[in-house]
Design a protein around this ligand. Structure first.
Ligand SMILES: Cc1ncc(COP(=O)(O)O)c(C=O)c1O
Length: 403
C-alpha cells in the first residue's frame, strides 16, 4: 500500500514516542502540504480581495478564486453559477432555510429529515419551526442504520410535505445512503430535496447530475481543505428565484438610496469578502483527491473498513452502532462499563486522536439510548497497522481502567 501519510505534515508529529495516529477524519481532515502551500502562496504573493481592485494582485486573486469554483463545479458535475462559496455545511443549510425556506414554506408545511441528521441539518429547521410554524417529521432508521421503509412511506404520504433535507452519509453510523430512489420519489411529488454531503463527499465520487438533488451542501475542512469554506450547490432556477440572504458589497449589481439590485449568480449569495484562501485551498484539495483517484480511495477504505470490523469483534466490551453493509470507515463504539471520554483521553496519551460524545447527533443517540460513543473515523491514508495499534490500545485501556 502506498504511504499517503507523507502528504500530511500533521501526521509527522510524534506523540508518546509514536507517530500521530489520526482517527478523527469525520470531525476534520488533516491538510496536505499542497493545500497549506496554496494558502501560504495566496498571502505571500497575492493578498487581494476578489472581483474588486483594478490591479494585478486583485486580478490574480480573482483568477485563483474563480478557478477554484470551476474545480468544485467539475468535481460534482455542476454548472459554475450553481456553486456558491459559503463558510461551510452549516452556513449553506442556514442559507437555504432562511432564503428558500422563508420564501417558500408556510405554517403547517412539512419538512422531513432523517433520524441520522447532524444538528446542522436539524437546528435551522427547528428555528424555522419556531419562526413560521413548519412541521418537522423524521424518517426513522433501523438498527443497522438503514432508513426504515415504513417510516419513509408515511412521510411520503403527507400531503403537505415540501422539503426533504437528508444526509448522504451518517457521521455516527458511517452508513452511506443510496439517495437516488428517495430523491426520485420526492421529486415525482414535487418535493424539494436538500442533501447534506458533509461526510459523503469525502469518501465516494458524487455527481449532481446523477444524484439530482435540488440543493447539496458540504464543508471544505472535511475534504482536506481549510476550515471556514464550504459549498452550496443549488439548481440554477431555484437559486435564481431565491431572495439573497446576506446583504453587502459583492452581492449587488446596483445600490440606490432606497433600493438595490442583486448581482447575478453566484455572486448574489456571496456578500462581503469571502474566504478567498479557503476557496483556493479547496480547489487545490480537489486536485489532490483527483490525483489519488476515487478508485484508489474507495478500495483502500473498503480494506480498512473490513479489517476494522473484523478486528473489533475480538473486543467483547465493544459494540458498534449500525450495521456492516454500506459502511464508510467510520465507527461509533459503545463501550461497556467505560466512559468514552476517559477512553478518548487515554488514547490521546498514546497519540491516537478520536472523538467522544454524541457527535452533534443527539436525536440519533437518543434512538440508540446511549449518551455518548467513541468515534474512530478513518480515511484512505490510514493503515492496517494503525487499526492494530488502536485495538491493542483499547484492550490495554480497558485493563487499566478496570484494574
Ligand atoms: C453530516 C454532517 N453534516 C453537517 C456537519 C456540519 O459541518 P460544519 O461544522 O463544517 O458546518 C457535519 C460536521 O461534522 C456533519 O458530519
Amino acid at each position: 500500500m502506498i504511504n499517503y501519510r507523507e502528504n500530511f505534515p500533521l501526521l509527522k508529529r510524534i506523540c508518546a514516542d509514536h507517530p500521530l495516529q489520526y482517527f478523527d477524519n469525520a470531525a476534520t481532515s488533516p491538510k496536505p502540504q499542497v493545500v497549506i502551500d496554496a494558502v501560504n502562496d495566496y498571502y505571500n504573493l497575492h493578498n487581494a480581495n476578489v472581483h474588486r481592485g483594478p490591479n494585478f494582485l486583485a486580478e490574480e486573486a480573482t483568477t485563483l478564486y474563480e478557478d477554484a469554483r470551476l474545480s468544485v463545479s467539475e468535481f460534482i458535475g455542476a454548472k459554475r453559477e450553481e456553486i456558491i462559496f459559503t463558510a461551510g455545511t452549516t452556513a449553506s443549510i442556514n442559507l437555504v432555510a432562511r432564503s428558500w425556506g422563508e420564501a417558500n414554506l408556510k405554517k403547517g408545511d412539512v419538512v422531513a429529515l432523517s433520524r441520522a441528521e447532524h444538528h446542522a441539518n436539524i437546528v435551522p429547521w427547528l428555528q424555522l419551526k419556531e419562526k413560521i410554524g413548519i412541521v418537522l417529521e423524521y424518517i426513522e432508521i433501523n438498527a443497522d442504520g438503514t432508513f426504515n421503509a415504513e417510516s419513509l412511506n408515511k412521510i411520503f404520504a403527507q400531503s403537505k410535505l415540501r422539503l426533504l433535507a437528508i444526509t448522504l452519509a451518517s457521521n455516527v453510523l458511517g452508513q452511506y445512503y443510496d439517495l437516488n430512489p428517495i430523491i426520485k420519489r420526492a421529486q415525482s411529488l414535487g418535493v424539494i430535496c436538500l442533501v447534506d454531503a458533509a461526510q459523503g463527499i469525502t469518501h465516494r465520487p458524487l455527481n449532481v447530475k446523477e444524484l439530482d438533488p435540488d440543493f447539496l451542501v458540504f464543508s471544505g475542512h472535511k475534504l482536506f481543505a481549510p476550515a471556514g469554506v464550504g459549498i452550496l450547490y443549488g439548481r440554477r432556477e431555484l437559486l435564481e428565484a431565491m431572495p439573497p440572504f446576506l446583504g453587502s458589497g459583492g452581492m449587488i449589481a446596483e445600490v440606490l438610496e432606497q433600493s438595490y439590485t442583486p448581482a447575478e449568480l453566484p455572486d448574489k449569495f456571496e456578500a462581503g469578502t469571502p474566504n478567498i484562501e479557503g476557496a483556493i485551498g479547496l480547489g487545490v484539495a480537489i486536485k489532490f483527491i483527483k490525483k489519488i483517484g476515487w478508485t484508489e480511495i474507495v478500495s483502500r477504505e473498503k480494506v480498512l473498513s473490513d479489517y476494522f470490523l473484523e478486528k473489533i469483534k475480538d473486543l467483547d466490551f465493544v459494540k458498534i452502532l449500525g450495521g456492516e453493509e454500506g459502511r464508510l470507515p467510520l465507527f461509533s463504539l459503545v463501550l461497556k462499563d467505560l466512559h468514552p471520554h476517559d477512553v478518548a483521553d487515554l488514547l490521546g496519551e498514546r497519540g491516537i486522536i478520536v472523538r467522544a460524545g454524541h457527535h452533534c447527533a443527539q436525536p440519533l443517540h437518543d434512538y440508540f439510548q446511549v449518551a455518548a460513543t467513541l468515534r474512530a473515523s478513518l480515511s484512505f491514508y490510514n493503515s492496517l497497522e494503525e487499526i492494530d495499534y488502536f485495538i491493542n490500545s483499547l484492550k490495554e485501556i480497558k485493563t487499566l481502567l478496570q484494574s
